[in-house]
Design a binder for this molecule. Structure first.
Ligand SMILES: [Zn+2]
Length: 61
């Protein structure tokens, strides 16, 4: 038989969720255009290259 629902405190809910959270190291790859470290699937922050072309050109001041 079902047990009456008892509301968990915010602390208890967060404790439960925290047990499933895993910290992982930030992954990065080196840019194929300039070699700077960049996040995978993101345009390079240094030169703006993505998938072999410059997707986000740097605007020089
Ligand atoms: Zn680059």
């Amino acid at each position: 038989m079902a047990v009456p629902y008892g509301r968990k405190s915010r602390s208890k809910s967060r404790m439960r969720r925290a047990a499933n959270m895993k910290y992982s190291a930030m992954s990065y790859v080196s840019c194929s255009n300039c070699g700077a470290p960049k996040m995978p699937h993101y345009a390079c922050g240094a030169c703006g290259a993505y998938a072999g072309r410059v997707a986000r050109p740097r605007i020089e001041e």
